[in-house]
Design a protein around this ligand. Sequence first.
Ligand code: ADP
Length: 275
Amino acid sequence: MSEKKAEMSQAMKEKLAPKNFVKNPIKGTKFTVMVSSAKGGVGKSTFAVNLAFSLKQLGKNVGLLDADIYGPSLPKLIGRNEKPENKDGKYIVPIDSHGVQCMSMGFLVEETTPMIWRGPMVISAIKTLTERVLWNDLDIIVVDMPPGTGDTQLTFAQHIKVDGAIIISTPQDIALLDVKRGIQMFDKTKINIFGLVDNMSFFRADDGKNYNIFGEGGVEKTAKEFDKDFLGKIPLHQDLRESADKGMPLTLSDTKHEISLIIKEIAEKILKKLN
Ligand code: ADP
C-alpha cells in the first residue's frame, strides 16, 4: 500500500472507530449480537427472528431489536402490530412475543408510512431504540441491522458495545461482493465477526436432488478467504417463507423442522462464542 493510501486508510479507521467514543452495552442486556447482511433480500430478518426464538428455546432471556428504520419487518414476522406501552412519557416497553422481548420502528409508526429521513434522524431513532426501551434482564439481544454500511452501522460502531456480528448472505457472486465490503466494515469498526451464514444455500426438489440455485460454496469460500468462521447452510425452503408470511417463526412453531435444527446449531455456536 502506498504511503498516501495507508494514511487515508488510518484516517478512515479513526473516523469509524475513534478512540474517544465510549461504547456501552444496550441497557438491560448482557450481550449484543448483530445480524447483518451487506445486501437486502438475502433472508437477514427471517434469520434474525428465527435465531432469537432458537436462543430462547436454549434457555436464554432474549430480546429482538429491529434496527431497520427505513424498512422495519419485525411486526410482520412475528404477526404483531400494536403500539407499545409508554412509561413515564419517556420509555418504551418492548412487546412480548412468546417470551421474546421485541422492538421495532414498525411498532411506532403506521405500517404503510414511508420513513423519509435524513441521517441525523436515523441516528436519533437508533438512540431511542437502544436507550429508551425498557429491555428487561436480557442475556442476549439480537439486532436485525439494515443492509449496507450506513448511519445505523456507524451509530452502533461508535456508541454500542457489540459482542459479535453474524453476516448472512446467499451464495450468489453479486451478494458475496457486498459481503466482502461488510467484513471490512466490521474489521475497521472493530466489531468481532462471529461468522458467516449461507442462506438459500440449495433447494431440495421432489426428486431428492439438491439444486444450487444461487451458486455453490461461495459463502464458505469467502469465510475462509477472510479467516472467519462458517456457521452453517440454510436451504431454500417453502416452509420458512410461509412461516415468515404467517408471522409465526418456524423455530417457534416447529422446533423439529430441519431448518429449525440447523438454526439451533448456529444458535449453539453463538452461545459458545459468547461464553
Ligand atoms: P432481508 O432481511 O435480507 O431483506 P428477508 O428476511 O425479508 O430478507 O427475506 C426475503 C424473502 O426471502 C422473504 O420473503 C423471506 O420469507 C424469504 N426467505 C428468506 N430465507 C429463506 C429461505 N431459506 N427459504 C425460503 N425463503 C426464504
